[in-house]
Ligand binder design. Sequence first.
Ligand code: FMN
Length: 334
Amino acid sequence: MDLFGQIYRRRSQHRFRETEKLSDDELRSVSETISAAVPLDSSIRTETAIVPASETSCKLGAEYCILFYSEKKGDWLRNVGYIGEQIDLSLTAQSIGTLWYGFGKTKEKKRNGLDFVIMIAISKVPADSFRVSPSQAKRKPVEKTWNGGLLSIAETVSLAPSAVNTQPWYAEFEKGTVRIFRNAKNLLMPSTVTDYFNRIDIGIYLCILEVCFSHVGIAYKRQLFSDIKKSKEVMILAASYELSAGEGQIRRITGYEDDMRSVSYSLDSGAAADLETGEMIRRLETYYGSFEWKVDFQSDEAGLLPPDLKRGVLSEDGINELLDRYRCLTGVAD
Ligand SMILES: Cc1cc2nc3c(=O)[nH]c(=O)nc-3n(C[C@H](O)[C@H](O)[C@H](O)COP(=O)(O)O)c2cc1C
């Protein structure tokens, strides 16, 4: 399931309002969503439980809380963040409101030998409880958290939620590789609390980053780095992603390139007004204004595309000229 659109919609329901009870079917779907989430590290044992919010310290109006338990092994906090964010986005797609609730407590501190890590409070909420524009999210300017190209991806990933909105990530994109750091310099909370939550935040960020890459068809090789020792470093390397144009991205660019050539041929041969040409023009116009075009353009700038890939459609002049020619010949104004 492509969860990309949910990155823009999701928001923390700090107060769950006008909630409705989840039906049995909906609750079953929540369980399936939880089961479908994949870990970053499958060698770490984890479990989840869905419990009525009344059985926890959550007094924010949510109906249930999803409790996360984990073995304290390796990068277990990052792993829970990564798993939980898949659930957060999937539940948003089902119009179920969520809140990562770091300060939430439960009596059941252990489950099958695993330790309680964190909870996500959930409830069915009205449709207008979700974001309609990324500008509704308060985030650091993207230049503070990302260095290098692929800025459209950077802007989207910056919408990742984090404890107290600390956004403890820093990404460097260079020579086709993005390196993600945990920024351990944080004065908002005592450092043990910060370290705990910010490791979860990094897992969340990695999940959202991968959702973006998959959505646009960028292929990646992920390498994870251990972030478990006490370190004096301020920027702690958490992961790197070696990027390349994936099949999806190449297919998309080639498809629009073909459309561009066909339209160009039709215009040259005086067939500008036929239905097929009109449809291709509309497709090209939509692509040109899309997130995908920006990412394809930025991928080209970053040297991610194969050298022999035909990509006239990524030249701003080329596509503008074609659209102008079409409008002139058909009398269609923009
Ligand atoms: C690990 C984690 C713990 C959080 N804990 C709390 C919490 O205890 N109470 C709360 O109201 N919000 C909590 N939040 C929500 C953040 O405050 C919120 O994600 C952040 O302000 C960004 O806003 P947004 O999620 O609406 O985009 C937590 C978020 C994360 C990722």
